[in-house]
Design a binder for this molecule. Structure first.
Ligand code: FAD
Length: 403
């Protein structure tokens, strides 16, 4: 039976990061990565539209954690040990420069995930980490003083194991047998499917808005993007992440209320409309967008308020003004289903966080069993935060496994 000091299960972001750091911290350690697929790092390859959004330019732990609907409390301590600045330095030390985009997302300057993959592969090779592909772990047993790990090809033994298998139900089943509780997996980071004339002909339009799920305590403010299928953009994606469980329980059928003029109430906008009725008396309402709204969105909202195309501001009656104020500040859209956000999608669910020591990422149930990445019930909004969780967990687990 092959014997190892550390076996890493899962050749993804967290697994590689942990293996490389562990090998550097303890150069004598015998380390292998077991990967069920023919290829390693396949999610890294497709991440960020092929560019790999490695991390996010947020350098305060207390601000960074706000991006994790699950894991907010638990990651605060770990981020004080290893976070975004450390990630940037880690890659810089390996001659990979990261750049910051306007919205804070950070990518390799090369704009390709290949740079990150090549770095991991060459580091692993240089550090003599065995990468065993096509080895899916099927069994895990603690025998006296070591772990016995069974794959379809072999049985291996190790003093310590790190589970970095991402959102994989089969491994969660094995971990349940070892005494862990698993929070059921549901999708996070998705866009809302909406068929509605107000947005049907406007794909590509993006505007700042306030969005609320009716009947739930879920709301957000930020850019909202109209797509061929419905609504997307950062504000919608954040709602989908924070509401991952609630929206799943609603079977993705719910109403979302959009305030296209965030910060203003219906009453305030009604007062503004009355002023416009006086000031723009002779102008047609339909023709010129107000409140700096995109013109075609304005026109669709005017039409939805049942205001005829040729009506002038002076001719607007009380009901029309009320309906327009309503459409501008509390337009209700019926959501029927969701679509995948292709740049980045994740699953909420995984190992119950109460069962993990976040100083070491070690199991509180079994000794010498460690976790990192998406296998835990941790996930984030879009923007590079999911990888940051993998880097932080991988690093701290490596430190604990080698100390
Ligand atoms: C399309 C897409 C784009 C994304 N883009 C970004 C982005 O730009 N920025 C960002 O921060 N996040 C992004 N994410 C999320 C990010 O990819 C994940 O959060 C991250 O990969 C999690 O890392 P991990 O190591 O925990 O899991 P994974 O990367 O999923 O790796 C787990 C590995 O374990 C292997 N495995 C599973 N079961 C077994 C087993 N039984 N035995 C052996 N091996 C096993 C799997 O084959 C896999 O290789 C994206 C996700 C997707 C799907």
């Amino acid at each position: 039976m092959m014997q190892y000091d550390i076996l890493i299960i899962g050749g993804g972001a967290a697994g590689f990061f942990a293996a490389i750091n562990a090998a550097e911290m303890d150069p004598g350690a015998k380390i292998a990565i077991l990967e069920r697929g023919k290829e390693v790092l396949s999610k890294v390859r497709i991440s960020g539209g092929g560019r790999c959004n490695v991390t996010h330019a947020e350098f305060l732990p207390k601000e960074l954690v706000k991006n994790y609907p699950r894991g907010e409390k638990e990651l605060r301590g770990p981020f004080h040990q290893f976070m975004t600045g450390d990630t940037i330095a880690w890659f810089e030390e390996r001659n990979i420069e990261l750049k910051i985009e306007e919205d804070g997302r950070m990518f390799p300057v090369s704009d390709t995930s290949e740079t990150i993959i090549n770095c991991f592969l060459s580091e692993a090779e240089g550090l003599k980490i065995q990468v065993r592909k096509s080895e899916a772990v099927k069994t895990l047993h603690w025998k006296d003083s070591h772990w016995e790990v069974g794959t379809q090809k072999s049985t291996l033994s190790a003093s310590k194991i790190l589970i970095a298998t991402g959102s994989n139900p089969k491994i969660w089943k094995l971990l349940e047998k070892l005494g862990h509780s698993i929070s059921a997996a549901v999708p996070s980071l998705f866009t809302f499917n909406i068929k509605d004339n107000r947005i049907a002909d406007l794909p590509g339009i993006s505007t700042h808005a306030e969005v609320k799920v009716q009947g739930e305590k879920l709301q957000d403010e930020g850019p909202v993007l109209i797509t061929h299928w419905g609504l997307s953009g950062p504000a919608i994606l954040r709602l989908s992440a924070w509401g991952a469980r609630e929206l799943h329980d609603l079977d993705y059928n719910f109403n979302v209320e959009v305030n296209w003029l965030p910060g203003f109430s219906s009453e305030e906008i009604l007062e503004q409309l009355k002023v416009l009725k006086f000031e723009l008396a002779k102008q047609q309402v339909f023709k010129k967008a107000q409140f700096e709204l995109p013109k075609r969105l304005w026109q669709n909202l005017v039409t939805a308020s049942k205001i005829e195309g040729n009506i002038t501001w002076a001719d607007l009656n009380k009901d029309e003004l009320l309906r327009l104020a309503q459409q501008l500040t509390a337009a209700v859209f019926q959501v029927n289903g969701k679509s995948t956000f292709k740049e980045e999608f994740v699953t909420a669910g995984g190992i119950d966080l109460k069962e993990v020591n976040f100083k070491t990422f070690e199991s509180r149930i079994q000794n010498n069993l460690f976790f990192a990445g998406e296998v835990l019930n941790i996930d984030a909004v879009t923007g590079g935060f999911n990888f940051q969780n993998a880097w932080t967990g991988g690093y701290l687990a490596a430190k604990a496994m080698t100390s």
